[in-house]
Design a protein around this ligand. Structure first.
Ligand SMILES: *Cc1c(COP(=O)(O)O)cnc(C)c1O
Length: 378
């Protein structure tokens, strides 16, 4: 059996263990400590965001962002449909209703046209949505300038889900810094990992201070434990932040390597007419967290993304269909949605290829050769 090739696996740079050892040596094995503070400073410096709070996960970050924006039971929150369920689950934690918006074909993210249509329709039905969650999927930034304009027109705050897009930019500005609040994830398969973790970033000091307060059980200033609000245990530990500090030292390198994996796929698979990629619109920069392909059924002679996925699996290579849209998920099927078929089509035609920054040239070639073979045998 050939060695396993993962879709996207953790990739340590070398310094992580020294930071973790420092945490042990100084006995800072707590959800507080110097690594947490320094990791936050690293994130601020890298993204250009004024403030960052390191948390236990990206999901926790979205949950806190919604709480800080005052989302309550019965409220409506607009969310991109084409995403991972963690973008939408925190809306449900609060008893609020997600309103799902389909994608546009240029970035595969929230369609500004459908967004405005939805806002107008929700207002006409009697409820103005309380927040908008666009997602920068696979590292490709959403049409955030248009989305922000619409959000400003109706005075609705934007929470950018940049869990997959650390290092991506629009006009030189970092994904996650273009709305009221941005969220990041450092889960094991993301572009950098703290083994599990996330962050809130914002230029609004109050939001970030409030996030830290809520994430550490909402303790009031008193010598005893006093609480006047419901708190959460959502802070990142100093040990995990040590891993994060080491990962920040190799983030630029990870982005360059992932972009290179994408480039190799585009060059080597260019001759296969049925395969298309997701190019960057002008002034957009994607970290290429995952390289994705679409298979056009009118040119593929019966080959589907499933044909390719199964052939790769036979050779011990992990690939995955694109995210199944939230409006098609059983758990969200009763939620209102504004849909034109784009994300469903992407789901049906699309496949994520192995994309890790730790892939060797030989491994990328193994993937390419199998895909080429599938098409040569038709
Ligand atoms: C990974 C991810 C999250 C959640 O982050 P966790 O750290 O795993 O909780 C949220 N949204 C998107 C789009 C993601 O890919």
């Amino acid at each position: 059996m050939n060695s396993k090739i993962w879709l996207s696996s953790p990739h340590m740079g070398g310094q992580e263990f020294n930071f973790v050892k420092e945490a042990f040596d100084t006995n800072w094995i707590a959800p507080l400590g110097p690594h947490v503070n320094n990791f936050e400073h690293d994130l601020e410096a890298f993204t250009g965001s004024k403030y960052a709070a390191a948390l236990s996960s990206g999901t926790a970050a979205i949950h806190l962002a919604l709480i800080m924006l005052g989302i309550q039971s019965g409220d409506e929150v607009i969310c991109q449909s084409f995403t991972f369920s963690a973008s939408a689950n925190p809306i449900a934690y609060l008893g609020a209703t997600p309103i799902f918006i389909d994608s546009e074909p240029e970035t595969w993210n929230m369609s500004p046209g459908l967004l405005e249509e939805a806002i107008i329709d929700r207002i006409n039905k009697g409820k103005k949505p309380k927040a908008i969650i666009p997602v920068h999927l696979y590292g490709m930034p959403a049409k955030i300038e248009q989305i922000s304009k619409i959000a400003a027109k109706y005075d609705i705050p934007v929470i950018e889900d940049a869990a997959e897009a650390l290092g991506s930019t629009v006009n030189g500005k970092a994904a996650g810094t273009l709305g009221a609040i941005g969220i990041l994830s450092f889960n094991g398969n993301k572009i950098i990992t703290t083994s599990g973790g996330g962050a809130i970033i914002s230029d609004n000091k109050q939001f970030v201070e409030k996030a830290r307060f809520l994430a550490t059980q909402a303790r009031d200033a008193a010598p005893h434990y006093q609480h006047s609000q419901i708190g959460y245990n959502y802070r990142m530990s100093n040990v995990c932040a040590g891993i994060g500090r080491g990962q920040m030292m190799v983030l630029e390198d990870h982005i360059a390597k992932r972009r290179n994996v994408y480039k190799t796929y585009t060059e080597q698979l260019a001759d296969i007419a049925a395969i298309s990629f997701l190019p960057e619109p002008a002034s957009y920069f994607s970290n290429r967290w995952l390289s994705t392909i679409l298979i056009d059924p009118s040119k593929s002679d019966g080959i589907t993304r499933e044909t390719i996925r199964l052939e790769l699996e036979k050779d011990n290579i992990e690939s995955r269909p694109l995210w199944k849209p939230m409006h098609l998920q059983p758990v969200f099927e009763d939620c209102p949605s504004y849909i034109d078929g784009t994300s469903e089509e992407l789901f049906n035609k699309g496949l994520c290829l192995p994309s890790g920054s730790n892939l060797t040239e030989v491994e990328v070639q193994r993937v390419i050769d199998i895909i080429k073979n599938v098409f040569q045998q038709q």
